[in-house]
Design a protein around this ligand. Structure first.
Ligand SMILES: [Zn+2]
Ligand SMILES: [Zn+2]
Length: 239
């Protein structure tokens, strides 16, 4: 047995009398103002499907007199799905705008998420590499072509490690050394960009020299190979 009574919401809204507000709302949105109680529960009749649903099943709408949309959530979802299907390009555009407008938050979110799940991501990457060896090889090849300096740095670090000489040498340290000597080859005196400076181990790795800043000087390619495996310190500020 269902008891049903209708309560019309009247009174003021934004200091306008209901009779004044009604013409403003007409044609803009169906002024849905009837709260219909069923077994004491407040609900509304959906103007789309005509079903009674509890007010919680209606989206909130401040413009509406009773504070709720005139169309229930289910009908609203169907309608917005239909709108999205018909306006795919506009949806993409809106997504893109949102994506760009929230760039920093998004990057920060991903960074935090990745850091909190480091092992998981490392494992996923390992699996991906294993399952896509050709792709991985191609990406690495392309990266190497774009970053020949980094590849050389890595190879030297690897060689030093293999020889068990110890020491660490960062890209920043190398940049600082080049800058200290004004981008000049310490053997022939020619300067970048006329020549390309290369890392020379003053005491060669093969002779146990460390792969670290205090054992490194900038030499051009030809001077580097002319030095062979001799231990010669060309640095003017080191005697
Ligand atoms: Zn409905
Ligand atoms: Zn030189």
């Amino acid at each position: 047995m269902t008891s049903c009574n209708i309560e019309l919401v009247t009174g003021s809204h934004n200091n306008l009398q209901f009779s004044e507000l009604l013409p403003l709302l007409q044609g803009y949105r169906q002024p849905s103002m009837a709260i219909v109680y069923q077994d004491g529960e407040p609900g509304k009749l959906c103007t789309r499907c005509g079903e009674w649903r509890p007010v919680a099943r209606y989206p909130r709408r401040s413009i509406s007199l009773d504070g709720y949309d005139s169309i229930c959530r289910e009908c609203r979802n169907v309608a917005s799905q239909a709108w999205r299907a018909k306006n795919k390009e506009r949806v993409q555009e809106l997504n893109r705008e949102y994506y760009e407008a929230n760039r920093d938050e998004r990057l920060e979110y991903h960074r935090t998420y990745r850091n909190a799940n480091k092992e998981y991501f490392a494992e996923q990457m390992r699996k991906f590499r294993q399952n896509n060896p050709e792709y991985h090889a191609r990406v690495m090849r392309e990266w190497s072509q774009r970053h020949p300096d980094k590849v050389r740095e890595r190879d030297r670090a690897r060689r030093a490690r293999k020889l068990g000489n110890g020491g660490t040498f960062t890209h920043q340290e190398w940049e600082a050394i080049k800058q200290r000597y004004n981008y000049i080859c310490l053997r022939c005196g020619r300067r970048e960009p006329d020549i390309k400076l290369t890392v020379d181990h003053i005491m060669p790795l093969i002779k146990g020299g460390r792969h670290s800043a205090e054992n490194i000087q900038p030499l051009c390619k030809s001077c580097n190979s002319a030095k062979h495996d001799d231990a010669i310190d060309y640095r003017p500020d080191h005697v």
